[in-house]
Design a protein around this ligand. Structure first.
Ligand SMILES: O=C(O)CCC(=O)C(=O)O
Ligand SMILES: [Fe+2]
Length: 288
């Protein structure tokens, strides 16, 4: 099933009508089974701990994503691939609706970064193929910016950053075009949430190229919009999709639980990864 959803399908699985009694432990157990399956393919790397302090001490794997009513900035509202600031980035994320919005409002939007790459002109593909981009946890979770994830977390009553976040000190380098580890499809791997700059370019050059990449990812023809219903769980492949939580009606409180699996080092079309050897001091907090 995972093979079909990830490699033959679009990388998104929506499980409707799950038991209303589903607990955080059931959620973690489900993701552990996914991990065991990924391990059998050589891609299982364990559950990723989130940047937030655990909302459930006996289930620290669960990230509780809260949007209080009337929050001006919300968590995950800009395009990203989960934990792209790690050396080993997220493979699958599993998101469960806990307090879901009215169906059709505050949906989660996905974009196929492989379809987005394929639709570029061959000349633009060639231009991007060997570029490398820094990804920064500090950009999203550093303080002093009014519109990043840290600012969003501060607007909630319960979400708090962990005190021991080593990842905010260094940014990591990934290929701009990443080959999907099982299909080999080329994907655009950069986001306004975590990416800072293209290696070896002047800032204005890097900004101009990244703008093209972000606008390409955001085109509706590559997007799938998933609405939320009670007792729904959504799983997706972060190596094939960018996503964002829409915030079209912030008057509604919304609570989600996410558990994510760690994947491998993103590799380019030549099979090369850069994250282990290329680290720089973290960029300032911000957004593209
Ligand atoms: O709230 C959402 O719909 C998505 C949030 C998000 O980015 C995530 O769960 O990884
Ligand atoms: Fe996310």
């Amino acid at each position: 099933m995972l093979h079909q959803v990830s490699d033959e399908g679009g990388g998104i699985l929506v499980f409707t009508n799950q038991k209303p009694t589903m607990t955080v432990h059931d959620h973690v157990r489900f993701v552990r089974q996914m991990d065991a399956y990924c391990s059998s393919l050589g891609h299982g790397e364990g559950i990723e701990l989130s940047v937030a302090k655990p909302a459930y001490p006996d289930a620290p794997e669960v990230l509780e994503i809260v949007r209080e009513a009337d929050a001006a900035v919300t968590f995950g509202e800009n395009w990203h691939s989960d934990h792209s600031f790690h050396e080993r980035t997220c493979s699958f994320s599993v998101l469960r609706g806990v307090e879901v919005p009215t169906c059709g409002i505050n949906d989660t939007l996905f974009s196929s970064t492989a379809d987005a790459f394929d639709a570029l002109s061959p000349t633009m593909q060639e231009l991007l193929l060997d570029l490398r981009v820094y990804h920064s946890a500090n950009r999203a979770y550093g303080s002093g910016h009014a519109g990043n994830s840290f600012a969003a977390m501060k607007k909630t009553k319960t979400m708090e950053l962990r005190d021991d976040l080593e990842i905010v000190k260094h940014d990591v380098l990934h290929p701009l075009v990443v080959a999907h580890p099982t299909t080999g499809r080329k994907t655009l791997f950069a986001s306004p949430t975590f990416s800072t700059r293209i290696d070896g370019m002047h800032d204005e050059e890097s900004k101009a190229i990244l703008k093209i990449v972000y606008e390409q990812i955001a085109k509706p023809e590559f997007c799938t919009r998933v609405s939320w219903r009670p007792n729904q769980v959504v799983m997706w492949d972060n190596r094939l999709l960018a996503h964002k939580g829409l915030a079209d009606d912030v008057s509604q409180r919304r609570v989600m639980h996410r558990v994510s699996l760690r994947g491998s080092w993103p590799k380019n079309h030549r099979g090369v990864s850069f994250a282990r050897d290329h680290k720089v001091t973290a960029a300032a907090a911000g957004l593209f």
